[in-house]
Ligand binder design. Structure first.
Ligand SMILES: [Zn+2]
Length: 256
C-alpha cells in the first residue's frame, strides 16, 4: 500500500456545511456526504465571478455531486448533477442562525471521514423542516439532545437513575447523569429543579423521529426552560460550543 492515498472519483450526496476562503481564487468547502461522512473539498477558481459551479456551492445547498475523494486530506469537487437550496433558511436571519448552528454542532460531534448516513438523513430532514417553517428552536433542541451521545454524554431520559421507577415526577441530576424520581430528590441537592413540562419535552426530544414529526406546540416559558437546561448540559458536560451559538443567544435576547 502506498502511503500517498490516491483520490477516487465518486458520486455522492452532499449537504454543504460551510465554505472558507482559501488562497486567492479558491474555496475550501466542507460537505456532509451520505456515502463518506464529512469531507473537506478544495474547489479551484471558486471565487471567480463566473465560476461554473457557483450555484452548487452557495450556503444551504444540497444535492448530488461528483468529486475526487481522498481518505485523508483535501478532496476535489469536479461537478454536480442535481442541486437544491433551502430558500426559506437563506431568506430568514433566525432560521439561518439556527441552521448554521445545527450544522456546526454536527461538525464538532463527528470526525471527518466517518460514515454517518443516519445523521445525513436527519440533517436533511431537520433543515427541510426549518426551511418549511417548523419552529427552528425546537428542531435545534432535538439535534442538541440527540447529539449528546456523539459527544460521549448519554443522559438517562428513560427512568429514575436510582430506582428505575417511571411513574413519579422527575428531575434532572447531573450527579446521577440523568433523571431521578421524586422519591430520590433528596439524593442530589444540586438537581436542576425542572418543571414537568420541560422534563416531558426533554424525554420526547431524546427519542423523537424527525421524519415523523408533524406538530409540536411548546410554550415560550417551556422553550426558555429547555434552552437553559440544554445550555447547562453543553457547558458542563459536553464542554464544546460552536461560535455560531453566540448569535442565537443574541437573537434570544432581542425577543425578550
Ligand atoms: Zn427513584
Amino acid at each position: 500500500m502506498s502511503a500517498l492515498a490516491k483520490a477516487k472519483p465518486a458520486e455522492f450526496h452532499g449537504i454543504l456545511l460551510y465554505t472558507k476562503a482559501y488562497r486567492e481564487r479558491d474555496l475550501l468547502i466542507k460537505f456532509l456526504t451520505r456515502e463518506f461522512g464529512k469531507k473537506m473539498f478544495l474547489v479551484h477558481g471558486a471565487k471567480r465571478p463566473k465560476f461554473r459551479m457557483r450555484a452548487a456551492i452557495l450556503p444551504f445547498t444540497y444535492g448530488t455531486y461528483f468529486g475526487d475523494l481522498k481518505a485523508d486530506g483535501l478532496s476535489y469537487l469536479n461537478n454536480y448533477k442535481g442541486i437544491d437550496h433551502f430558500q426559506g433558511i437563506t431568506a430568514d436571519i433566525t432560521k439561518n442562525a439556527y441552521a448554521t448552528y445545527v450544522m456546526a454542532l454536527l461538525d464538532l460531534a463527528f470526525e471527518d471521514g466517518i460514515r454517518i448516513p443516519k445523521w445525513y438523513d436527519q440533517l436533511l430532514t431537520g433543515l427541510k423542516l426549518i426551511d418549511e417553517g417548523f419552529d427552528e428552536a425546537i428542531i435545534t433542541n432535538i439535534f442538541e439532545i440527540q447529539l449528546l451521545a456523539a459527544f460521549g454524554v448519554e443522559p438517562n431520559w428513560v427512568d429514575c437513575s436510582i430506582c428505575h421507577r417511571r411513574d413519579l415526577p422527575f428531575d434532572y441530576s447531573e450527579a446521577y447523569g440523568g433523571l431521578i424520581c421524586q422519591n430520590h430528590f433528596d439524593r442530589d441537592p444540586y438537581r436542576l429543579h425542572l418543571d414537568q413540562k420541560t422534563i416531558y419535552f426533554l424525554r420526547l426530544f431524546s427519542v423523537v423521529d424527525l421524519t415523523k414529526l408533524t406538530h409540536i406546540k411548546v410554550s415560550q416559558a417551556t422553550k426558555k426552560s429547555l434552552r437553559r437546561v440544554i445550555d447547562q448540559l453543553y457547558t458542563r458536560s459536553v464542554g464544546v460550543i460552536p461560535k455560531s451559538k453566540r448569535f442565537i443567544d443574541q437573537l434570544d435576547k432581542f425577543k425578550l
